[in-house]
Ligand binder design. Structure first.
Ligand code: HEC
Length: 181
């Protein structure tokens, strides 16, 4: 009698284990809705697998984040195209956006200096240096006292060059800046 009840308990236990294993396999295969199914899908996503299981997460193709001139409103595209031409005609022999040529790389210039500094600088940098402006003097000394020529460009033309530089560097700030002009 005692032996029988142990045998009964054992066979119930075995049956339970078999059912559990079967259910886990089925749910892993996505055939049975079960909490295990979600965690299976989650781990396959975490592993960078774009396949989704029945919990319904599907990877969307990522939008192209690169901004082209043709994507901008026509007025802004015109300003940046003008800046491009002015930069190539007047500045490119000494400056690039991301590398030092004769003068410093101009990427990030609007984070280093306000536009109220950039305008007089481009028009007449030696005047800004002569005024004792700390930043200008340090920069002038750093570039072994090489003088940047003066340019008779309008505020708008200089702003368009800066907008072009910002577009080259990253799309968003330039658009914000141009729209403030
Ligand atoms: C003949 C070379 C030359 C040309 C052309 C030139 N620059 Fe420069 N630029 C320099 C040098 C050199 C410096 C570093 C400061 C100095 O030595 O006077 C400088 C510095 C600058 C700075 C400050 C950069 C910083 O990191 O703070 C700006 C802004 C600038 N130039 C804009 C322009 C623009 C815009 C043009 C075109 C309209 C231009 N430059 C044309 C040589 C030049």
């Amino acid at each position: 009698m005692r032996f029988n009840s142990v045998g009964f308990a054992l066979s119930v236990g075995m049956l339970l284990i078999v059912v559990l294993i079967g259910f886990t396999l089925l749910s892993a295969a996505g055939l049975v809705g079960f909490a295990a199914e979600k965690s299976f899908a989650a781990t396959s996503e975490a592993a960078g697998d774009s396949l989704s299981f029945s919990c319904g997460v599907v990877d969307q193709p990522r939008a192209d984040v690169e901004l082209r001139l043709s994507d901008l409103p026509p007025a802004e595209a015109k300003i940046i195209a003008a800046g491009d031409a002015l930069f190539k005609g007047n500045c490119a022999q000494c400056h690039a956006v991301n590398e030092i040529i004769v003068g410093p790389a101009l990427a990030g210039i609007t984070r280093r200096r306000p536009i109220s500094w950039i305008l007089p600088w481009v028009k007449n940098s030696s005047k800004v240096v002569a005024s004792g402006d700390e930043y200008a003097v340090a920069l002038f000394n750093k570039f072994t006292k090489q003088q940047m020529p003066s340019f008779s460009l309008s505020d708008k033309e200089i702003a368009s060059i800066i907008a072009y530089i910002n577009v080259q560097e990253s799309a968003v700030p330039a658009v914000a800046m141009v729209s403030k002009q």
